[in-house]
Write a protein that binds this ligand. Sequence first.
Ligand code: 5GP
Ligand code: ZN
Length: 135
Amino acid sequence: MSSASCIFCKIIKGDIPSFKLFESDKVFAFLDIQPLSRGHALVIPKFHGEKLIDIPDEDLVEILPLVKKIAKAFGAQDFNVLQNNGRIANQAVDHVHFHMIPKPNEKDGLTLGWPARATDMEKLKILHEEIKAKM
Ligand code: 5GP
Ligand code: ZN
């Protein structure tokens, strides 16, 4: 599945140029055009879908091994793997993509807030049961 208006579908087709790292029937990887650090790469399923939950399982199988291959090829010791879903979660391009972002030092690469909140075991237990029942 592909979308005529989608920038990443155009990259897959070759209608928009990219620095391609790898391609198979199911996946495509290329360098990010506005890198957060040197080596920042994107791995995408060829199947067009906006959010992770829109992508069939079989189109996701090759994704993480490919992220791993690129991280190893780049020699990234420290790195973040990021996949944003939805505008307030920082998604700008509406075609699922996984970032591999090397973190060579404090300044370069991904910086993120981690606003951990206190909870208690009773609340976690209720949540656990609720989610498990829906899986
Ligand atoms: P998001 O915020 O949606 O998770 O990240 C989108 C990423 O796609 C950004 O890091 C941005 O630099 C990258 N990007 C957007 N347009 C293009 C493009 O035309 N070519 C490439 N190589 N990367 C792009
Ligand atoms: Zn697309």
